[in-house]
Design a protein around this ligand. Structure first.
Ligand code: FAD
Ligand code: NAD
Length: 459
């Protein structure tokens, strides 16, 4: 296995449990991006503000909040979640799982052959490239010389800058604008279109309004045309509408690139620098020995979905090696079918955005006979108890020909915990008629399910 991020660790673990001997090669920290520069530190930077907002939204608790956010305590808590960027406990877990850890940069030097610092390792059965992704820097004049931050800097910063320019309108940009503005930076966010493209349009609109309420200077429909690091160590960003913004730092959050440029793919006839194109068993097209799992295959750039792929990949590698029966029919144990139909994602902005499956637009484009049901999440007993200022929205996307859910989106405080019920409904293709028998407790926000069904109509 090349790459010991969250996904590589799981491929290795499942292949080991399947009966194979596995060597896991890691060039940086065992645990990868998610543990040290992505999911965990970014959420740690957000959660203290989220908790404070929740307390301020409830009378009685609000009166008890007399102080402000303790920024240094937030940073210290973030550091504890990254174990101060020390991976010894993760390395211990790898050893305990019976996996051989090799530290160094791996290069594929031939079919089933990987070289690490001159040491040639030959796999009997398979090699898995689980090398993840890295931040993409757009080709803007002056940007590279301006020492821009990427998500790695934003998640590991020891000091909150007084002002921060964020370029991008995706998940990283929205989450980091939410975090940094509340940690005291004056944030400007420039995105070439709306926020959270690819989600239901109302999700981006809620987050746009919330960021504006927090005081973020939103510049939508613009891109940077030039960036200069000035002699006073400030960053001067010129935008396509001709305006200029001066900030202490600039964070570029404009998407990801696969970490395949220095992997030696050219040695086995595969284009380096490209995403790895794989089938549903995660096997790279045109090979019978190379697997691509996690971010590197570009199917869903999310830790949980990569770990789901890892379970299928680790087990299918072992099954193929040991001649065991394969389960490769859709939804079988050895295929990542959910990547096509039911990818759950939570954006941890305030309000949170939680979605699974298809948006109404995507479902229509797939030719599905779509019926959309919307409901105001604030109009529930559960949400009014949770917050005196609750704002939120829910949507389900129904395939009318099969009478099952193909997508759901929730926007509101703490809606992340509503999502798994929707994921089960989509993956299980639970008929709407049967969903009526899944009774949500009163008075919870889960009562949204009852309201959505009511709005859809009795069978
Ligand atoms: C700011 C941010 C926040 C995020 N938040 C979330 C979140 O809340 N929830 C979520 O689900 N997802 C989140 N993601 C996405 C998530 O981080 C990724 O989907 C996940 O880390 C992918 O895991 P991976 O194992 O495929 O890759 P990685 O974690 O990138 O691991 C790949 C590993 O391979 C190693 N490697 C690469 N090349 C070589 C080589 N040639 N030799 C040896 N080792 C090599 C790297 O050093 C690295 O450790 C976030 C991403 C970002 C940027
Ligand atoms: N909570 C989570 O699950 C979470 C959090 C962060 C990141 N992630 C994952 O990490 C991945 C990367 O996130 P991301 O936000 O970097 O990428 P993204 O692809 O989600 O968004 C990139 C954004 O940058 C904009 N953009 C691109 N070039 C631009 C330019 N030149 N000028 C202005 N805007 C430009 C795009 O229009 C888009 O809005 C995502 O796919 C996501 O799955 C997940």
């Amino acid at each position: 296995m090349i790459g010991a991020g969250a996904v590589g660790e799981n491929v290795a673990d499942y292949a080991t449990r399947g009966g194979l001997k596995v060597a896991l090669v890691e060039a940086e920290l065992v645990g990868g991006e998610c543990s040290y520069w992505a999911c965990m530190p970014s959420k740690a930077l957000l959660m203290s503000s989220t908790a404070l907002n929740a307390a301020r939204a409830v009378g009685g608790a609000r009166e008890a909040v007399t102080g402000e956010l303790d920024v240094q305590a937030v940073l210290n808590r973030r550091d504890s979640f990254t174990s101060n960027w020390d991976d010894s406990s993760q390395a211990e877990w790898v050893a305990g799982a019976g996996i051989d850890l090799i530290r160094g940069h791996a290069t594929i030097t031939g079919v089933r052959e990987v070289t690490v610092d001159g040491q040639v390792l030959t796999a009997t059965h398979a090699v898995a490239a689980v090398t993840g992704s890295t931040a993409l820097l757009p080709d803007v004049p002056g940007l590279r010389d301006a020492r821009p931050w990427t998500s790695r800097d934003a998640t590991s910063a020891k000091v909150i800058p007084q002002s921060l320019m964020i370029v991008g309108g995706g998940v990283v940009a929205a989450e980091m604008a939410t975090a940094y503005q509340q940690l005291g930076a004056k944030v400007t966010l420039a995105a070439r279109s709306g926020l959270l493209g690819g989600q239901e349009p109302f999700a981006g609109e809620f987050v746009r309004d919330a960021l504006t309420d927090l005081g973020v200077d939103l510049r939508l429909g613009v891109s940077p045309t030039e960036v200069v690091r000035t002699e006073h160590d400030l960053v001067e960003t010129t935008l396509s509408d001709g305006t200029t913004v001066i900030t202490d730092e600039i964070l570029v959050a404009t998407g990801r690139l696969p970490r395949t440029d220095d992997l030696g793919l050219e040695n086995v006839g595969i284009e380096p620098g490209d995403w790895l194109h794989v089938d549903d068993t995660l096997l790279v097209h045109g090979t019978d020995w190379l697997y691509g799992v996690g971010d590197v295959n570009h199917r869903a750039l999310l830790t949980h979905q990569g770990k789901y792929q890892a379970r299928a990949a680790g087990e299918v590698i072992a099954a193929r090696a040991l001649g065991k029966p394969l389960q490769t029919e859709p939804w079988g144990a050895h295929v990542a079918t959910a990547d096509h139909a039911a990818v759950p994602q939570v954006t941890f902005t305030s309000p949170e955005v939680a979605s699974v499956g298809l948006t109404a637009d995507a479902a229509q484009k797939q030719g599905i006979d779509v019926r959309v049901v919307d409901y105001d999440l604030a109009a529930l007993a559960g949400s009014s108890l949770k917050s005196d200022v609750y704002k939120g929205q829910a949507r389900i996307v129904v395939d009318e020909s099969r009478k099952v859910l193909v997508g759901a989106t929730f926007v509101g405080p703490e809606v992340s915990d509503l999502l798994h019920a929707a994921t089960i409904a989509v993956v299980g293709e639970v008929p709407i008629d049967r969903l009526w028998h899944a009774v949500p407790s009163y008075p919870t926000v889960s009562e949204i399910w009852l309201r959505l069904l009511d709005a859809y109509g009795r069978p």
